[in-house]
Design a protein. Structure first.
Lengths: 356, 381
């Protein structure tokens, strides 16, 4: 088999395996987990680990599957279709930076480790004002998704990465509910005992952050595609004025425009994944991520907003699933940087030249 | 009582402002969600006592008979003070319809009770299969002696769980063309056979309800206008509704919150944001001018035409553009379930969700555009 055919077979298998663990059509499990602590199902998390998902991109020698960003994005896209709340993107982000026993426990599903990297709202880059001295860390980290399910946090500091147990003295967590039924944690660390993670360089953290931002774009892609499919079904079945409302040209044109935005998002996400999977200079790689995240943020908000409008009043009820997609987009669109932040970063990273 | 219409605009503004400071319950300022009757009753009754419940009704029916300009000043002061919306379907929707189409007996029976707060009304129009295609209502009313017997289901009935009366469109002639077989009924919610089921919306609020009618008996006196003339009257009432939804209040409120949010998030001075903000501000100012022309029509006791759809379209979409902008600049706070920092004035996600149904209810914006294109612009249907 050719390399390309091999790759597309991999992608197909990954999508199939995602569907087996978290079937996308049925959101009852997602609804049941809403707004409770910890907001995830530990058994599903363990199953994800048994499938090798958090370590999908790690070399086989480190206990991973040795696959690329294209495969990881395909997987996460499937999770987005089903609005899966388990923090795979964050878990994989941590796995990229950990080594040894801590990594093994994460990959085995025994310990959930979540990165705590953010120190101001709207950030794309890691905050490093927290301090690590003599095995103790002090600082404050914001917007840690699903923080209450973490057994440990991987904290960016001025003095490198630190691993902090959630139940260690000096660790406190403040929880704020989010529209998707999950939550953000604000992590306060006051001289908390920590273990330095020496192996991870700042560059490695920056790369892992960009991979997580791209994975979020892929998740949003899956979510918006599914919400669009539900909307097209509705346009074909809901009847008013004696015919399906999807037969009205005004709605057809709007659906066509949404379809274009989804196609652009897919192209942007897949192109960025391919860029990250090939060797190359840092600036164009980060720019590709920004392009994909900016597109995914605006397109997902547009598609999920219009999905409500096209469903009419039923779309505004909590009992209709379509609203869950909008509320997910509200949480993820600005996470790891809003569209405007990513557009600005794109322009900084790839300034136009006279040749453009 | 002072003739408020005789005051000059500035004195009138100060009179309104003074009274709001004295009388408006501080805990009800800028509520994050639409208030239920149990919460806004105290304010409704104060308005009733003051005689300020119905600024647009003619004075002979207990309204204030205010000029459009003065109604706008009042609205502006309410908005600045953060005055909450009341259960106002009786005032905004039914009252004007009864004034125009009701018998003298109906006017004297119902209008005073709207003004006293004894009757709280809700609107029974939409049904599961009659939303945009409202003329397809399937709830039936059958004549039995001096009574009518209603059977069917309404939905998206705003605050039906607060109301003690509902005005209902029901089919009284199944053989006629669908618009020509509908009548307009006034039904007490405590009539045997009426049940209400609240619906939880995306903002996790029970603002809308389903209302079921199972062999509900109402006397013939409760029919407004002539039998089978309900559609004509309802369409006229929809004109009122479009003017009401076209009020700049929601957008003005949201724009103020956008400013606070931008200042809090640190993007206020950014020239790109300033240009965008000023664009929204000008849209609001122009909208308010357009709205004033419709208030003037109402004050003259006339029915707004189909062109009132413009107001509904422009205000609902402006409100959404403002709340879309809020989410874009709110960073991670865009996804929060509760207001930021415990401050109800910083609630981008809540306002964004509350702006969703505005382009759907009162005739979806798609339908409004059809009306504009066909009825106003004369394009072929």
């Amino acid at each position: 088999m050719s390399v390309a055919a091999d790759r597309s077979e991999n992608l197909r298998m990954i999508r199939d395996s995602a569907g087996a663990v978290v079937p996308p059509g049925d959101l009852r499990r997602v609804r049941a987990l809403r707004s409770g602590a910890p907001g995830i199902d530990r058994d599903v998390w363990r199953e994800m680990c048994a499938m090798g998902w958090p370590g999908l991109r790690l070399p086989e020698a480190e206990g991973g599957s040795g696959l690329g960003m294209a495969e990881f994005c395909a997987l996460v896209e499937e999770l987005g279709r089903g609005l899966v709340p388990e923090p795979l993107i964050q878990g994989a982000f941590a796995a990229r930076l950990l080594r040894g026993e801590a990594l093994e426990a994460l990959l085995a599903g025994e310990r959930i480790v979540l990165p705590a990297w953010q120190e101001r709202a709207g950030a794309i880059a890691a905050g490093r004002d927290a301090a690590l001295r003599d095995g103790r860390v002090t600082g404050r980290k914001l917007f840690v998704p699903m923080a209450s399910c973490a057994d440990a946090f991987l904290v960016t500091t001025h003095d490198g990465l630190a691993l902090v147990r959630a139940d260690a003295p000096g660790v406190s967590l403040e929880i704020a509910g989010t529209q998707d039924g999950g939550h953000f944690g604000t992590l306060s660390l006051d001289d908390a005992p920590a273990e330095a993670v020496a192996a991870a360089t700042e560059d490695a953290v920056d790369e892992a952050l960009d991979e997580a931002a791209l994975a979020l774009a892929a998740y949003l892609l899956g979510a918006m595609e599914r919400s669009f499919a539900l909307t097209l079904d509705y346009l074909c079945t809901r009847r008013q004025f004696g015919r399906p409302i999807g037969s009205f040209q005004a709605l057809q044109h709007r659906a066509a425009d949404l379809g274009i935005q989804i196609a652009l998002t897919r192209a942007s996400v897949e192109s960025a994944a391919a860029t990250l999977d090939s060797a190359g200079p840092a600036a164009p790689r980060a720019a590709a991520v920004s392009r994909a995240k900016a597109r995914a943020a605006t397109a997902s908000m547009l598609v999920t907003r219009q999905a409500i409008q096209l469903h009419g009043a039923i779309g505004y009820t909590d009992e209709a699933d379509i609203g869950l997609y909008l509320r997910k987009a509200m949480v993820l669109a600005n996470l790891h940087g809003s569209a405007a932040e990513h557009r600005a970063r794109y322009a900084r990273l790839l300034p136009e030249t006279d040749h453009d | 009582m002072t003739d408020l219409n005789a005051l000059d605009d500035e004195d009138f503004r100060l009179a309104v402002r003074r009274w709001l400071r004295e009388a408006y319950p501080p805990e009800l300022r800028n509520p994050p969600k639409r208030l239920h009757w149990r919460d806004n009753k105290v304010w409704y009754l104060k308005l009733a006592e003051k005689g300020w419940l119905a600024p647009g009704w003619p004075r002979e029916h207990g309204g204030m008979g205010l000029s459009a300009a003065k109604q706008l000043i009042m609205l502006d002061e309410y908005e600045r003070h953060g005055v909450a919306r009341t259960n106002d379907h009786g005032i905004v929707m039914l009252g004007p319809l009864l004034i125009r189409y009701g018998t003298e007996a109906q006017k004297s029976r119902f209008l005073p009770k709207i003004l006293s707060g004894e009757h709280i009304w809700c609107q029974g129009y939409s049904e599961p299969n009659a939303g945009s295609d409202l003329a397809s209502v399937a709830t039936t009313a059958v004549r039995e002696g001096e009574d009518w017997v209603l059977n069917g289901q309404k939905t998206w009935t705003t605050l039906a769980n607060d109301a003690n009366w509902i005005f209902v469109l029901a089919r009284t002639d199944r053989a006629a063309k669908k618009q020509e077989g509908i009548s307009f009924f006034l039904v007490p919610m405590d009539a045997p056979g009426v049940t209400v089921r609240p619906i939880v919306n995306l903002d996790l609020h029970d603002e809308f309800c389903e209302v079921f009618f199972d062999t509900v008996r109402v006397p013939h006196d409760n029919l407004v206008g002539a039998v089978n003339q309900g559609w004509t009257m309802a369409k006229a009432l929809l004109g009122f509704e479009r003017v009401m939804i076209g009020s700049p209040k929601q957008s003005a409120y949201a724009l103020g919150r956008l400013r606070l949010l931008a200042q809090r998030m640190g993007g206020w001075d950014d020239p790109v944001f300033q240009d965008r903000y000023t664009g929204l501000r000008l849209d609001l100012a122009d909208h308010t001018s357009l709205y004033e022309t419709y208030l003037e029509i109402l004050r003259r006791g006339e029915m707004p035409g189909a062109d009132a759809s413009m107001l509904k379209l422009h205000q609902s979409e402006l409100y959404q553009r403002i709340t879309d902008t809020m989410l874009e600049i709110a960073a991670e706070n865009a996804g929060l379930l509760e207001p930021m920092e415990g401050n109800r004035d910083l609630n981008p996600a809540g306002l964004f969700l509350q702006a969703r149904p505005v382009t759907i209810y009162g005739g979806s914006n798609e339908i409004q555009r059809n009306i504009l294109a066909r009825t106003v612009l004369g394009l072929p249907g």
